[in-house]
Design a protein. Sequence first.
Length: 354
Amino acid sequence: MTRLHDPAKRGFASDNYAGVLPEVLEAIAEANLGHQGAYGTDDYTAALGERITDLFGAGARAFPVFNGTGANVVALSAVSDRWSAVVCADTGHIHVDEGGAPEKLAGLKLFVVPTTEGKLTPEAITAAVPDRAGDVHWPQPRVLSVAQSTELGTVYTPDELRALADYAHERGWLLHLDGSRLGNAAASLGTGLRAITTDVGADVVSVGGTKSGLLGAELVVVLDAATAPGIEYVRKLSMQLASKQRFLAAQFLALFDDDRYLRVAGHANAMARLLADRVGGIDGVAITQPVQANAVFATLPRDAAEALMERVPFYFWDETRSEVRWMCAWDTTEDDVRAFAALVAEELSRTAGI
C-alpha cells in the first residue's frame, strides 16, 4: 500500500491527530486470532468488565462505544426521561462540538451556564438555571454534565466535583462526567479514576479512549446500574453497539494495563507544560488559561498565527481575539515542542520586523 502521509509530520491541533499506541495495536492483533462471540459475548469484554470494577468500584458496569459523541448521547439518554434537561457549561463539548446530537438524537434540552476557566460551580448554576421543579411549562433538569478535564484544559479537584455532585443530588439530579480526557485529569491530580468519579459521587461517566491512543473506542461507565435502566437498549438504539466488540474491549484492557492510561496522559500533560514554558516568554504570546492538562491556550498576533498554521497544524479557539489552542498527545516529544516553540519565536520576530 502506498503511504499517503509523511510520518514525520507533527502538529498541535488535537490529540485526535496522534496515532494508536503500539501496545493497543498489539492488543487488536491478539484479539483478532480465532473466533469470539459477537455483541459483547466475548472474553475481552468480560475481562474489561472485571477491570472496570477494579478501577471504579464493585457496582460499575462498562459499555464500549465507537466515539465520544456516542458515549455522551448514550450516557445522557440512559439516565434521562423524555422531558428531561441537561445542565452544562457554556464551553461544554455537548453544547459546542457535538452537532446538536444530545438535543436532536436524545431529545434533551441543554441549559447552558456561563463559566470561568470552563468550570461550573453551584453558584453559577443557581444564577443561570431557575428553580422551576414541577413546572409543567419548563424542561425539568435531570443531569448535570461536567467535562473533566474541561474544554479549556482546566481540571476540577475532587472537592470541586464532590460539591457539584452534592448540589445535583440535593435537587434530584444525576452527575455525568464527560471524560474524553479523564486520564489527563487523573494524571494532573495524581489520582486514579475512582478518586474523581465514584468517590466524588458521579453517577455515569464517558471515558475517553481515542485521545489516549485508542482506535475508535470510547466507554460509558455506569457507576450504579439502578441509575441507567435499559442502557443496553439505549446503546443499540443509538447505533453504538459493536458487533465485534472484542476489538474495543481489548484496546481498553491494553490502555488500563499497569496504569498505562496514567503514563500516556501524564506525558501529554508534561509536554503541554513544557510548551507553555517555552512559548510563554516569547514577546507577543500570552498564555490565557491555566495549563493543567494537555492543552495550551494563548493569544498571539493574527498574522503570525495564520502563518504558523501553514507550517504546523493547529486551530484558532477564539478568532475574535486571536486565541489559539495547542494540544499535546501521547506521542508528542520534547523535540516536537522545542521545534514548534522555535517556529513561534521565529514567526513573531519576522512579523514584528515587517
